[in-house]
Design a protein. Structure first.
Length: 579
């Protein structure tokens, strides 16, 4: 059975069967896709894989960020075994027979207990200029130079296209194996804490061979201590390694080991070798000085990439810590204001009780009640934002859900003199969604709209709901006649802690609403005109419950057309909301 394995991204470890029948397997962010990826850089319908005869074809569906096959952007391409498809920040590997991706084999370093091997040549980085003219004929030199440039160009592309160290090192080993006739190879990085080498990538020319790879400690120590690349053979007469025999014990006949030296020091080594004795290969050496030169250059490129990625990871961690500090400071400020309100209301309650004045008690309790609602709303938003959760879709009445929200905010609207306009569609069908999450998302938007019209003489908030069978979407719009939002502010309203309400807002509500809609496979968008008002549109995939005994969910195509038409006819849309 052909399979796609997710090897990078939020869904890492997931397995998706492509099936044996002809047809398309869709990939995207929304719930209606066969392969649903929880990745905000993936389009709602991003790509598809279609079986054509015995072949599998990947095709891009006009996505925003493109579809990449083995790091090359494609519109349509045939898949081969082991191909990697990058969609957003997720990477999927194709396996035509369902075999699991090979695991990283073990790498052991044997102690330096004597070595009879000979290092043919050692070389520093500054001596490894790939294009330095040799003594050979000019045409032969040009052919080799073009080959070297091609390898370096492809290495530079691999370095510049990823910030994932594991993916980068695996790609570099693949490029090395295309150019060098090595039997085995690995890339090892120095652990920042212990200073020990740790295997990070491994490749064997014989597929599926993941046995332990034994490497001479003598060679590694020489490369790290002198920061020189070395080329070794199975000769026994090199005085520099007369005290050990670890290479002989490993059975290695030829090897290249080069340092990965970056801007600030050595970060690791690249090692390749061959196990075939020279006598069996007609005394032809597989590795030459040219291989050593190019390997040193590749090691330098890889080291720079590792340093950049490490710096990037440290920067991300620093930003996360800064965000934690900002979160604590922002929330502490809002909680302090709420507690001050509760303290003031409690003081009035105590004073009223002491004086047996029910009017003062009632006034104080109203202040306490309002601030209790504020802190409850803040805590719920914090929980919704911080917790990754899968929606629990159940057959639910969207109209009844909005009825409850309107009833919840009715007193608040009355206090500010605002009007809520909501006409429930007569034939709005039952839908499949998570009612708890959806109620939170809609309530936040409606509450924001009421805040926006609070200072208007005739404030009005209009809510509509409908189903769009053509686009396969359920849609809720919340519009207001408030002061509107400037284009500069509108671009940031879904950013955490950005609020248009100044000290009165937490900047959590809209962020939480977007998170909930995206968890459903939908999204939220906003349009606004200064002086006129704003419109928020919440959309999620249209799914209808099936009768008992059938599948739990159905796509939009199975929706009763009469119900959809009735819902559409009974709802008035503002043209600014778009389709």
């Amino acid at each position: 059975m052909p399979v796609l394995f997710v090897i990078q991204g939020f869904n890492r470890g997931s397995r998706f069967d492509l099936g044996g029948e002809d047809g398309a397997v869709s990939i995207g962010r929304e719930a209606g896709n066969v392969i649903k990826l929880d990745d905000d850089e993936v389009s709602r319908r991003h790509a598809e894989i279609r079986r054509v005869g015995e072949a599998f074809i990947v095709g891009d569906l006009k996505s925003s960020n493109g579809t990449f096959l083995n790091d090359e952007r494609v519109e349509r391409a045939e898949l081969s075994p082991g191909d990697r498809i990058r969609i957003g920040r997720s990477v999927l590997q194709f396996s035509p027979d369902g075999a699991e991706p090979p695991s990283l084999g073990a790498v052991d370093i044997v102690p330096a207990s004597g070595d009879g091997s000979r290092i043919v040549r050692s070389m520093r980085e500054e001596d490894s200029i790939v294009l330095a003219a040799p003594e050979e004929a000019q045409n032969r030199w040009l052919a080799r130079a073009r080959s070297n440039l091609q390898v370096m160009y492809r290495t530079s592309l691999a370095v510049s296209h990823t910030l994932d160290i594991d993916e980068l090192l695996d790609r570099i080993l693949q490029l090395v194996f295309e150019w060098v006739e090595a039997d085995r190879g690995c890339i090892m990085l120095l652990d920042p804490g212990s200073g020990e080498l740790r295997s990070k990538a491994r490749r064997d020319r014989r597929g599926g061979d993941t046995g332990t790879m034994v490497i001479s400690r003598t060679i590694l120590d020489y490369v790290l201590d002198r920061t020189e690349g070395v080329l070794t053979s199975d000769a026994q007469d090199d005085d520099r390694f007369a005290s050990g025999n670890s290479v002989v014990r490993t059975g290695v006949r030829e090897a290249i080991c080069v340092p990965m030296r970056g801007r600030y020091g050595t970060v690791g080594v690249i090692y390749v070798d061959t196990m075939v004795p020279l006598v069996e290969s007609m005394d032809r050496r597989r590795f030459s000085d040219d291989h050593l030169k190019l390997m040193i250059a590749i090691g330098h490129q890889a080291a720079l990439a590792v340093e950049d990625t490490t710096y990037y990871s440290a920067m991300v961690q620093s930003e996360r810590l800064a965000a934690v500090g900002q979160t604590i400071a922002t929330l502490s400020h809002h909680i302090k204001n709420i507690l001050q309100g509760i303290r003031g209301g409690s003081y009035l309650v105590e004073m009223g009780l002491e004086n047996d004045d029910t009017g003062v008690v009632r006034k104080g309790w109203e202040i306490v009640r309002r601030n209790q609602n504020k802190i409850s709303s803040l805590v719920m938003d914090m929980l919704s934002f911080s917790k990754e959760r899968e929606p629990d879709p159940v057959p639910s009445d969207l109209g009844a859900l909005i009825d409850d929200i309107v009833e919840t905010v009715a007193q608040r609207a009355e206090e500010s003199g605002a009007e809520i306009v909501w006409r429930r569609p007569a034939d709005l069908p039952q839908l499949l969604f998570d009612p708890e999450g959806m109620a939170r998302a809609v309530l936040n938007v409606v509450t924001n709209a009421l805040d926006a019209v609070a200072e208007r003489a005739k404030g009005r908030v209009t809510i509509t709901a409908s189903v769009d069978s053509a686009d396969g979407l359920a849609r809720i719009t919340v519009s207001d006649n408030g002061p509107g939002i400037s284009p500069e502010t509108l671009a940031d309203i879904f950013t955490l802690f950005v609020s248009t309400k100044g000290a009165r807002g937490t900047g959590l509500g809209l962020t939480v609403s977007r998170k909930i809609l995206r968890e459903h496979g939908g999204d939220i968008r906003a349009t606004s005109t200064e002086g006129t008002g704003s419109i928020f549109t919440l959309e999620f995939p249209l799914q209808l419950p099936r009768p008992e005994g059938q599948a739990a969910t159905a796509t939009a195509e199975s929706a009763p057309s009469e119900a959809a038409e009735a819902a559409a006819d009974s709802t008035t849309h503002d043209p600014a909301t778009g389709p």
